[in-house]
Write a protein of this length. Structure first.
Lengths: 113, 112
């Protein structure tokens, strides 16, 4: 298995632009997570899905952030409009059952200028 | 409030030293505690602990959970420069699906 696949690896965009981050979880994993990592706040959970359904989005910072999971093999995290303070590394992760270790993707490094 | 707290925040040691990293947690319905190592990329899984007092070992790394003290330690013996990384502790709760709450991490630097 190729693991959790994220794209793009790096994204540089101007303030106000829309940004879409993509994730393909490991096949068979029912849980999908989006995390954001910054130096100041560490690793924060933004939202997670179970069987494609969003379960907890309380970590989503603002209405500018939205996430979808149209099927079991694909999820997106969208920021519209983007702001410089959104600059961070965004990780997608997946897991197949409660209690199992979570596998992380390589992350997307987002820079908003 | 901080649910998962790691200490120290950072640590600098020399090759061959032994280090102990700490993680304490405060959750209502504990299920598991996990340790991850993060170098320049994504965190990689090290251990998952669910039972108190049972040590898990992998080479020079070992970890144990103390449910009474609501804490866990990660030991690294005979450290090497390749052990330099951020070590993350995360706690999973029974009422939160598979959601993990991460601590802030301990940044370990091993000097030659």
């Amino acid at each position: 298995d190729a693991g959790v696949i994220q794209s793009p690896r790096h994204e540089v965009t101007e303030m106000g632009q829309e940004v879409t981050l993509r994730c393909k979880p490991i096949s068979g994993h029912d849980y999908l997570f989006w995390y954001r990592q910054t130096m100041m706040r560490g690793l924060e959970l933004l939202i997670y899905f179970n069987n494609n359904v969003p379960i907890d989005d309380s970590g989503m910072p603002e209405d500018r952030f939205s996430a979808k999971m149209p099927n079991a093999s694909f999820s997106t995290l969208k920021i519209q409009p983007s702001e410089p303070r959104d600059s961070a590394v965004y990780f997608c992760a997946s897991s197949f059952s409660p209690g199992a270790g979570v596998a992380f993707g390589s992350g997307t490094r987002l820079t908003v200028v | 409030e901080d649910k998962v707290v790691q200490s120290p925040l950072s640590l600098v040691v020399h090759e061959g030293d032994t280090v102990t990293l700490n993680c304490s947690y405060e959750v209502t319905n504990f299920r598991s505690l996990l340790w991850y190592k993060q170098e320049k990329k994504a965190p990689t899984f090290l251990f998952m602990l669910t039972s108190s007092g049972i040590e898990k070992k992998s080479g020079r790394l070992s970890s144990i959970l103390d449910k009474k003290e609501l804490s866990s330690i990660l030991n690294i013996t005979a450290t090497q420069t390749g052990d330099s990384a951020i070590y993350l502790c995360a706690v999973g709760e029974n009422n939160a699906g598979n959601m993990l709450t991460f601590g802030g991490g301990t940044r370990l630097m091993v000097k030659p």
